[in-house]
Design a protein around this ligand. Structure first.
Ligand code: SAH
Length: 256
């Protein structure tokens, strides 16, 4: 009966597939198996100032040996212009929806976890509104991988964990820290200029993680190692008592 419905009205599906923060070994077996049998693998990529495509997702997919002929690059401009970004999005969605209606299985990949600050969610919502069956495969978020790289826990016992993103100012982080527990700050560009001076003045113990699992990874709890860092897009901060520099051990991990 199910076969008959499929032949009469082919209906593919859209799956948001999490790739983890960058290290291909942090892709789950479930994600890999789905990608191996997907008809189309949609990979978000950004266009840099010189017009070159940048995509950590594609690097991971290539490392996994997945066939490039099934990749579909979804180029998105690195633009603050939301209208432009939304127009690009709608066009990418139109193609995804057309593939699904032809009965294809479409994977839309995301760095880290696809449900955690990911543009995948917007696509899934649009697809669901059109009656396309959707699913999500979870993955390792970057902050979890960052803590693991330094061999520290994110939380223990009754610790609270607060996650902030694009904070307006460092006071917002201070307020969260006063509540106790662990504070994770994603998307640091909004406080790029004040980050080091605030950490130095406040004396909070921290873990700063840049490009976790990617080429150029840099992780430190040492304020001196953080001075002069440009604080790129792929960077985050974890503040908790577990982030204290460890006596006699190396407090900076780098593969630059
Ligand atoms: N879905 C991702 C989050 C995407 S939002 C996840 O689950 O982790 C983008 C922000 O995530 C970046 O600004 C940065 O703060 C953080 N981020 C994502 N990948 C990272 C990485 N490999 N290293 C450091 N920070 C990362």
């Amino acid at each position: 009966m199910r076969n008959r419905i499929d032949t009469v009205m082919p209906c593919g599906c859209l799956c948001g597939v999490s790739l983890g923060p960058g290290d291909p070994e942090l892709v789950t077996l479930k994600a890999l198996r789905f990608l191996e049998r997907a008809d189309v693998i949609c990979c978000p990529a950004t266009v840099d100032g010189r017009g070159a495509l940048q995509s950590v997702a594609i690097d991971i997919l290539c490392d996994l040996g997945l066939p490039e002929e099934r990749f579909r690059i979804m180029a998105l401009p690195m633009s603050e212009n939301r209208k432009l970004a939304e127009a690009e999005y709608r066009e990418h969605f139109r193609q995804i929806a057309a593939d699904c209606r032809e009965g294809k299985t479409v994977a839309l990949v995301s760095i880290g976890d696809a449900g955690f600050y990911s543009t995948v969610s917007a696509m899934i919502r649009l697809a669901e509104n059109e009656g396309i069956p959707c699913s999500l495969i979870p993955g390792v978020p970057a902050f979890i991988a960052a803590a693991a790289s330094s061999c520290i826990p994110v939380a223990l016992q009754d610790d609270r964990v607060r996650i902030l993103a694009m904070v307006k100012d460092v006071d917002e982080i201070e307020r969260a820290l006063r509540e106790g527990g662990t504070v994770v700050v994603m998307k640091l560009s909004t406080i790029r200029e004040y980050l080091v001076s605030w950490l130095a003045a406040s004396g909070h113990s921290f873990l700063y993680a840049e490009k976790v699992g990617m080429e150029g990874e840099f992780i430190t709890s040492d304020i001196d190692a953080l001075r002069q860092r440009p604080i790129p897009y792929f960077s985050l901060l974890v503040c908790s008592p577990y982030c204290r520099p460890k006596a006699g051990s190396q407090n900076t991990v780098t593969n630059e």
